[in-house]
Write a protein that binds this ligand. Sequence first.
Ligand code: UD1
Ligand code: CA
Length: 460
Amino acid sequence: MSLAVIILAAGEGTRMKSSYPKVLHNICEKPMIHHVLETVNKLGPERIVAVVGHKAEMVVKAIEGVEFVVQKEQLGTGHAVSVVEGVLDSFNGDIMVLSGDTPLLKAQTLSNLLNVHRTTGAASTLLTAKMNDPTGYGRIIRAPSGVVTAIIEEKDATTEQKLINEVNTGTYCFDKKKLFDSLRQIDPNNKQKEYYLTDVIKILSSSNEKVVAASANDPMETIGINNRVQLAEAEKILRQEINKKLMLEGVTIIDPDTTFISAEAKIGKDTIIYPMTFISGNTKIGESCLIGPLSRLINCKIGSFVTIDSAVVRESTVEDYAELGPFCHIRPGTLIRKGAKVGGFVEIKKSEVGQNSKVPHLSYIGDTYIGDYVNIGAGTITCNYDSISKHKTVIEDGAFIGSDTMLVAPVKIGRGAFTGAGSVISKDVPEDSLAVERTEQVIVDNWAKKRRRKKGISEG
Ligand code: UD1
Ligand code: CA
């Protein structure tokens, strides 16, 4: 039996008060609709059709692997589904409808729903949930026998109906023909003057078609995101799930409430994540690392036994046993080799720091290759930019860069060479030599004594 999934994503999302379509708001770093799509894809449907409308170009640009149908005017969820009828003309099978704003739904829940639908042979099977606070959702109306007879939207509900806490999650399976036949019968005679998809249930039920309700095991999984308060709730639920999974896999998270890890991140066992840490994108961290507090890793590859304290590291690789921070900024394209140390107030961009080399304090290293066992003195700066182009600095194995050295690139410091503190090095330094580029120190004997006398300052 084939499956076509219709994802409703044409609405403006008025309650978000946003210039962007609702379904493009991020939850744990990904647009809401990406979460929905990933889940839907796990069902392996023959067709996925997204209904777009409000700022359609933006939504179309943000997702792939689906067919798009434009709903020019957003006249309601029922109208949104009816515009898909044409493109599914040749399709034979079950139809699942869900919203682009229910991002926490699990594939297992959807496949259960589909299973119930197929085994009961219902005209429609809807996913319902019992909410502690059902405010805002459509309520499930059941006959005394228990069968579902209608869904009443909050705005159209009586005070009594509002007390019902079983809600419509906006996720349904339908028999194709019965769905589109019913949609032709709905009207916008309701408080919102919209064509409600939910009215299909009443139509099917009153013509004695079988309507089945499948209840979601975890109601929180079904929440719809209509405003930014719900957006934050969804973010929190997803974040807790990610953290929990990692903890069960052997990662210590000192304070899950202040630890933000992307769903894609991979972290090895015995790594400890300290509070206020953000691990984003496709970051991969090895075993037994100490990460944080106050750190941010974006698309990084981190080895094992690495220490990162109060650092921002972007699109870079850090090998085993390296130590970063506190307070350093590692910019894209950097490779910190095994056992290297990068200390406080150091910025490194598009550079390689060799094995066991140290950049311990207050430096800027850009477009630089640093070999193994190099020591970079405090305050060293690679002057890599001449206002037109960037130039490379090469510091070979075992070199010692004196504090406050300016390395005016392009420049090369040979193996084992030294630079004197405070030097401005603008020419290559041969291996094993010392380069000093500064005026020689002048000593004026008794200068201070003479000055004191002249100014009448006592000799105490
Ligand atoms: C809808 C349901 C409600 C259910 C809730 C679950 C209806 C009438 N109500 O309410 O019973 O409890 O979802 O979260 O269906 N959309 C379009 N075109 C339109 C209107 C909406 O594509 O013309 C899309 C929206 O972009 C959104 C989805 O349909 O992704 C649901 O619309 P929304 O306005 O959020 O419906 P709710 O009021 O949440
Ligand atoms: Ca909604």
